[in-house]
Design a protein around this ligand. Structure first.
Ligand code: HEM
Length: 313
């Protein structure tokens, strides 16, 4: 049996790398990433978390860009503009006579959509939201059906459940922001559903609405939740989620065993870092029967092969 993974020798640092390492010891983190083994035989569905992360980062960037042009201001709920009015400043408030006055929020979306870059950024953010919800659910289903939620990854799963709630929260609060009829009435229905929860439903509904009905105050609150509260909570949770994945390795590499050519198990490797090897020449290649090596890596095919009774099979 040979060693499965040998770390790269310490690298001589130079330039910016050396400058930063002297000051903030960045070399440790860089070496950790360089030496982090990659599991082999991983199914594409095992990477759905990374795809979700990519879309999340895209949503964060496009959201920041949109926030530079979006105004979260709306009249309560709409102002009707009669053809004549005694008020001196009526013309400024009511550009369209005999109609409802569009809100600043709605108008700012029209301005964003009137430029090519604005419409690209908004469309990426709009469709990214749907991708995000679908991907999170697919990632969760993959975790459920492959048993990735079991020991020792219960905390990863629990942080994931909270991330699912955050994702749905982003979708719900973002839907109101264009402040058009669809947004207004869909949110009214959504909040009314929350209102039906016994005891806590009505206080929660009034808290998010900022009063008994859905008004411009609700828009301000939804914008604050969408732009400040949810990103802060999601950032923290995502950090925890990814830290746990890094500590434990992904479950697809669990249960690998080293066996000799006759199939006799020599060593069981429960967790990903040791179970994995890499095509990178810094790692000793996995010996195989074809190359006359003494051992091969096999996937354990029953929980009985493994040392913990709860470990997934
Ligand atoms: C914002 C949403 C989320 C992001 C960006 C995210 C990201 C990730 C990433 C990058 C991984 C590493 C490997 C992999 O792709 O499986 C991972 C693993 C994992 N995630 Fe998520 N995740 C999210 C939501 C969720 C949800 C909703 C759940 C379940 C309720 C969940 C449960 C898990 C579990 C159990 C693992 C470990 C998988 C394994 O070891 O095989 N995640 N996640």
């Amino acid at each position: 049996m040979s060693a499965v993974h040998s770390p790269a020798p310490p690298k001589k640092r130079k330039g910016v790398d050396a400058w930063l390492d002297e000051r903030i010891h960045s070399g440790n983190a860089i070496d950790y990433v360089r030496n982090h083994p990659i599991p082999f035989n991983v199914h594409p569905l095992d990477y759905l978390g990374e795809v979700t992360l990519f879309v999340f980062i895209s949503q964060a960037i496009t959201g920041m860009l949109l926030a530079m042009a979006y105004h979260s201001v709306a009249q309560t709920p709409y102002v009707y503009c009669p053809a004549t009015s005694p008020q001196a400043n009526w013309a400024a408030i009511c550009p369209l006579k005999g109609s409802v006055s569009p809100s600043e929020a709605w108008q700012s979306i029209q301005v964003i959509m009137s430029t090519t870059f604005g419409s690209l950024v908004r469309s990426l953010h709009f469709w990214g939201n749907y991708f995000m919800v679908v991907l999170v659910v697919m990632h969760m289903m993959r975790g459920f059906f492959s048993g990735a939620y079991k020991y020792p990854r219960e905390l990863t799963w629990l942080s994931g459940v909270l991330l699912l709630a955050m994702t749905l929260g982003f979708a719900f609060t973002g839907y109101l922001l264009p402040w058009d009829q669809k947004a207004y009435w869909a949110t009214t229905v959504g909040i009314s559903i929350a209102d039906t929860i016994p005891i806590i439903g009505t206080p929660i509904a009034e808290l998010v609405k900022g009063g008994p009905t859905l008004t411009g105050a609700t828009l301000g609150r939804f914008f604050a939740i969408h732009m400040l509260l949810l990103p802060a909570l999601t950032g923290g949770l995502l950090g925890l989620h990814l830290l746990l994945v890094n500590i434990q390795g992904i479950s697809a590499a669990d249960g690998l065993v080293v066996a000799d050519d006759a199939g006799t198990q020599l060593k069981q490797i429960p967790d990903a870092p040791e179970a994995a090897t890499s095509s990178n020449d810094r790692f000793i290649p996995r010996p195989s029967a074809a190359t006359g090596g003494a051992s091969t890596m096999l996937r354990a095919n029953s929980a009985a092969d493994l040392d913990h009774p709860e470990r997934r099979s």
